[in-house]
Design a protein around this ligand. Structure first.
Ligand SMILES: [Zn+2]
Ligand SMILES: [Zn+2]
Length: 241
């Protein structure tokens, strides 16, 4: 897979050279110079009512009903046209080389954000939001999985971090959440996920996805993981909608 992915990237580079969205420099979708113009300190918000705060923990009002212990992202999707465009290209146009942009963001800014969320990185398991096998085949890859692997590689230095993309599964082929109304999103997710790893599930979990929209998917994943014994579950995405 990696071989073909690289071959496709190389071919695409020759046929359709890439230019920075902001400054048109050739070779990068979004160059380091342009990224560094922004103060990327993360966006933090209550996982239920989505009101901004400083740590991503649920507000006092929502604390009792939120299985998620905290969420954060690099950006607000809507304030950043570049990021929205990059995520779309990445997800639907097989522009795998955009992952170099995510990698740069993760290298530069992730650890500060994790610290601000008060996550214990000395016993943390990173888990990507799973795609159903059929959806993964349709799309060719799971973008959440690729981002999660990079986050794992970044956090592993001198810390006891683990990565698990085998034991948390999506067993129901659901309709795409983005196309559904709010009420349908929840019923669509019913019994969609299962933990089939050792029992209890890891104590401290960081779930990874590309975008946080209603949060229904991430909340349902947290609920299931806690049912199987997880104690704290956090979420991190590239952007929030
Ligand atoms: Zn640039
Ligand atoms: Zn709230």
């Amino acid at each position: 897979m990696d071989f073909w992915r690289n071959a496709v990237c190389l071919l695409k580079d020759c046929l359709f050279p890439v230019f920075c969205f902001e400054c048109q420099t050739e070779g990068k979708w979004w160059c380091e110079k342009c990224i560094k113009k922004y103060a990327i300190t993360g966006v933090y918000y209550c996982p239920i009512c989505h009101i901004d705060n400083n740590s991503g923990q649920p507000c006092n009002h929502c604390k009792v009903v939120s299985p998620l212990n905290g969420v954060a992202a690099f950006f607000n999707y809507n304030n950043h046209n570049v990021v929205g465009e990059l995520i779309k290209q990445y997800k639907y146009n097989f522009a795998f080389d955009i992952s170099s942009v995510w990698n740069m963001l993760i290298d530069l800014y992730l650890i500060n954000i994790i610290n601000k969320m008060n996550i214990d990185v000395n016993s943390l398991t990173i888990i990507p939001i799973p795609l159903h096998k059929r959806r993964e085949r349709e799309r060719g890859f799971n973008q959440a999985d690729m981002i999660a692997k990079k986050i794992y590689r970044t956090l592993i230095c001198e810390r006891k971090v683990e990565f698990d993309n085998r034991n948390f599964l999506r067993k129901k082929y659901t309709q795409q959440q983005a196309k559904l109304s709010r009420e349908y999103r929840l019923s669509n997710l019913k019994e969609a996920f299962v933990w089939c790893g050792k029992n209890p599930a890891p104590k401290n979990i960081l779930l990874i996805d590309d975008v946080f929209t209603s949060g229904a998917t991430m909340q349902e994943c947290s609920r299931v993981l806690k049912k199987f014994g997880a104690q704290k579950v956090y979420g991190f995405t590239l952007a929030r909608d």
